[in-house]
Write a protein that binds this ligand. Structure first.
Ligand SMILES: Cc1ncc(COP(=O)(O)O)c(C=O)c1O
Length: 436
């Protein structure tokens, strides 16, 4: 068991986060419940900025909203001086509704719809990160029709294999994202971008993967990207002023995970960029990063209530909780592992090994073979590090309403997303006339 951020055991012997008692949070807001530790989110933002700004002349930290996005979170990112990476009309809409400054918003995506490109042009977002030659043509035509020039980065893939789960590796040769450097597609894309009058190319973007715990992969990626900047300058005369190296820094889900600190990450990445720029005699570009998980992942927990416990003698003990696949699909998608704390008796030392399952119509394995104090129905379980890619990947499978999200800070708990109601679930359903 380990504690993150403001978590501790309080005088009642309960798990506390952001000065709030988790048993009390579960009682007040119901379970399953996502809880976000505001102080840790802000500390992660500040640590990123401090680590990079101290080492590099011109840095922009861009929060990857796919990790977790609500309008309140946009406000926190704005207050902390971060920009936003959006990858859909919905994410862009959320950022704009929160009155986030458009010039600090990036739009990503390997298949942006015309609507998404139009939205980005009309809001005048800071950069559109173009993913394909087709998109170059489409964006140029749309911008021309509006009498605008779109500011773009080109997404390229440097062929780094970061040994993370294969579904979250995105910078390899075999990926749907971006234009391959090795295949020549990236150079061809640059030439095309430079020839189009309604596009203004500023530089390159690349994202090599996610939950990366070894900084070496980022160093390799940076070297390849700077080499590409040099090759482009030689072939076309275009000197990239911006280099966006994506996100991907891993976090601690289980005790074996030893993620690099932001300082270690910055030291390695900035060192690699500076060395490569010196080697290839390239001027230092503005450096951008797009962390998602490492800003919000360890700041979130999910609270569940324990239900039936099924002990199959000599086989295993199943513990059912009142959520599952719909609020956390990551164990099913990526065999992701998590650490658990019994929120109402964290220090109880009578231990047992159990498998925690959800309540969906699947085996819905959440956490296999975890060691916890002896559980009883009604206990409150807290799952660590669920801040990223849990709420944002949640679904209404089995018509489960999506859980609420609560922001905790200095003993205050505030709803930032209300729990869906049963009425919400049928709000978009239509019964055609002939079936009435
Ligand atoms: C383009 C891009 N940027 C940033 C991120 C954020 O990655 P992470 O949450 O691992 O930091 C992702 C995640 O998939 C991504 O695809």
């Amino acid at each position: 068991m380990f504690f993150l951020g403001t978590q501790k055991v309080n005088a009642q012997g309960h798990l506390e986060i952001g000065g709030c008692d988790c048993v009390e949070l579960a009682r007040k807001f119901g379970t399953p419940l996502y809880v976000l530790d505001e102080a840790l989110i802000r500390r992660n933002c500040r640590d990123y900025r401090a680590a990079f700004e101290r080492r590099y002349p011109h840095v922009e930290i861009i929060y990857a909203t796919k990790a977790c996005l609500t309008t309140a979170l946009c406000r926190i990112m704005q207050q902390e001086g971060l920009s936003l990476d959006t990858a859909s009309a919905g994410e862009l809409f959320t950022a704009l509704k929160a009155e986030f400054p458009a010039e600090k918003i990036y739009l990503h995506g390997n298949f942006k719809s015309t609507r998404e490109l139009e939205m980005a042009l009309s809001a005048r977002v800071g950069r559109i990160v173009v993913d394909s030659e087709l998109e170059l043509e489409q964006l140029n035509a749309l911008a021309a029709r509006r009498g605008q020039v779109a500011d773009i980065l080109l997404r390229v893939t440097p062929a780094v294999d970061p040994h993370t789960h294969e579904y979250i590796q995105t910078g390899k040769v075999d990926t749907k994202f971006g234009l391959g450097i090795g295949t020549g597609a990236a150079m061809q894309g640059v030439k095309r971008a430079l020839s189009l009058k309604h596009l203004r190319l500023h530089g390159f973007h690349s994202h090599i993967g996610s939950q990366i715990l070894d900084v070496h992969f980022f160093e390799m990626g940076a070297e390849l990207l700077v080499a590409f900047i040099k090759a482009v300058a030689e072939a076309t005369g275009f000197e990239a002023k911006e280099l966006n190296v994506g996100g991907g820094l891993g976090i601690k889900y289980v005790s074996e995970h030893k993620p690099p600190t932001k300082e270690e990450f910055a030291e390695a990445l900035v060192g690699a960029v500076k060395r490569a720029c010196a080697k290839y005699r390239v001027a230092l570009p503005k450096l951008m990063l797009e962390p998602g998980r490492s800003i919000i992942g360890d700041a979130g927990i999910t609270l569940y209530t324990v239900g039936p416990i099924k002990d199959i003698n000599g086989v295993r003990t199943y513990v059912s909780v009142d959520g599952g696949l719909s609020d956390n699909p990551r164990p099913a998608l990526y065999q992701a592992r998590y650490s658990l704390i019994l929120a109402n008796r964290p220090l109880d030392d009578e231990k047992q090994v159990v498998t925690v399952v959800g309540k969906h119509c699947e085996s819905d394995m959440l956490f296999e073979n975890v060691t916890l104090p002896k559980l009883q129905p009604g206990d409150i379980l807290a799952v660590q590090s669920t801040g990223a890619y849990n709420f944002s990947m949640s679904s209404n499978y089995n018509r489960f309403p999506r859980p609420a999200v609560v922001l905790v800070h200095d003993g205050r708990a505030e709803l930032i997303v209300r729990r869906q109601t049963l009425e919400d679930l049928i709000a978009q359903d239509i019964i055609p006339e002939r079936l009435r």
